[in-house]
Ligand binder design. Sequence first.
Ligand code: F3S
Ligand code: F3S
Length: 108
Amino acid sequence: MTYVIAEPCVDLKDKACIEECPVDCIYEGERMLYIHPDECVDCGACEPVCPVEAIFYEDDTPEEWKDYYKANVEFFDELGSPGGASKLGLIERDHAVVAALPPQQHDE
Ligand code: F3S
Ligand code: F3S
């Protein structure tokens, strides 16, 4: 089990979540951030601070965003387990589910 970032993060990337994560397992892609499923220790600290409620415990991810579990996991297929997001910085790509989305509008 792990936490998952879903569609509300796309094209927003507030990054409040990064500040809370004790293990630096939230990685920045081009259009959204991704939680490393093996590095996340399920502490839950990131979930309440996201201003657009993009973060869910895996089992609680809304049905319409179920694909984001796969997106968070598969984003790391090529990266493996880097052991820390800050040293990588921006990773200039996204999972196909995210890359295929039209630009997302955010009011704030
Ligand atoms: Fe995204 Fe929310 Fe974090 S918008 S970057 S999941 S605080
Ligand atoms: Fe995981 Fe979020 Fe904590 S990504 S380690 S639940 S801050």
